[in-house]
Ligand binder design. Structure first.
Ligand code: GLN
Length: 271
């Protein structure tokens, strides 16, 4: 463990001790919380070999979630791969905001792993939802996660360029769209740059295209008292608020994430 953590530290991995523990747990097929318990025992050569292979991959900055195949989000485990953005803790703030008011029909734009759609359907057992994504591979991943968490019967997941395949009206439209500007892409950490889908990270422009599309096209898809909730990048709050205000949305509210950075916008359909 110490040697593995040192190797990861030398490779610039941000949290080497934590990652070494998670990967040892995966190699030994035990729960991460039990690693300390098995630590005094000698590990079998097969486990040692698997562990070394995992550490070598992590040292070239393959994300832990890709090596173990899943990532925890809002108390559930989601299957992830290089086809989808890794679910992130910031997005749990969007979940809290969505759950603060009841909803029956939900639309998730750019559903990716399906973490938002599947979490909200799991937490709101009466609701039905639609998850759309431009990436067919992401749609498959979201469908697998909907099945895993028992909400596939209440979810429709389809390939779509934003609203293209959407129909009907919803109580709630949510999205965590690609919000990095093209020029920010060279400065992001290697895990994102090399292993997460570029189309989930950037619009190849100023990072605000998705908000313009949603602000201008979402209203007809919302019931009269419906809400839009979007996540955005730290620092984008003034621009995102202005885009929605200029498009005629009401009651704009900005929420902070757990690190106290503004990350979420709630907008009401204008009467
Ligand atoms: N909706 C997914 C998430 O929140 C994917 C977002 C994205 O790919 N930009 O993780």
């Amino acid at each position: 463990m110490a040697a593995a953590a040192a190797k990861l530290r030398a490779a610039g991995v941000p949290d080497p001790a934590r990652d070494a523990r998670l990967l040892l747990a995966h190699a030994a097929k035990v729960d991460a919380a039990r690693v300390t318990l098995i630590a005094p025992e000698a590990i079998s050569p097969e486990i040692a070999e698997r562990f070394e292979a995992l550490i070598s991959l992590r040292a070239v900055r393959v994300p832990v979630s890709h090596l173990i195949g899943e990532r925890a989000f809002y108390g559930r485990k989601f299957m992830v791969s290089g086809d989808v953005l890794d679910p992130r803790p910031e997005t749990e703030t969007l979940i809290e905001a969505a759950l603060a008011q009841p909803f029956g029909q939900l639309l998730d734009l750019g559903t990716g792993s399906g973490c938002i759609l599947v979490t909200l359907l799991s937490e709101a057992p009466q609701a039905t939802g639609v998850g759309l994504d431009l990436s067919e591979a992401a749609c498959l991943q979201a469908s697998a996660n909907a099945l895993r968490h028992g909400v596939a019967g209440r979810a429709v997941i389809a390939q779509s360029d934003w609203f293209a395949a959407a129909s009907g009206q919803f109580d709630l439209i949510v999205s965590n769209p690609p919000y990095l500007a093209a020029e920010e892409m060279h400065s992001v950490q290697p895990e994102l740059r090399d292993y997460e889908p570029r189309m989930a990270l950037t619009d190849e422009a100023d990072g605000l295209s998705a908000y313009r599309i949603i602000a201008h096209q979402a209203m007809p898809f919302l019931h009269p008292d419906g809400r839009v909730i979007v996540e955005f990048g730290a620092g984008q709050a003034p621009q995102v608020r202005k885009i929605f205000a200029d498009a005629g949305w009401d009651a704009l509210t900005i929420l902070n994430d757990l690190d106290d950075r503004p990350r979420i916008l709630i907008a009401m359909r204008a009467a």
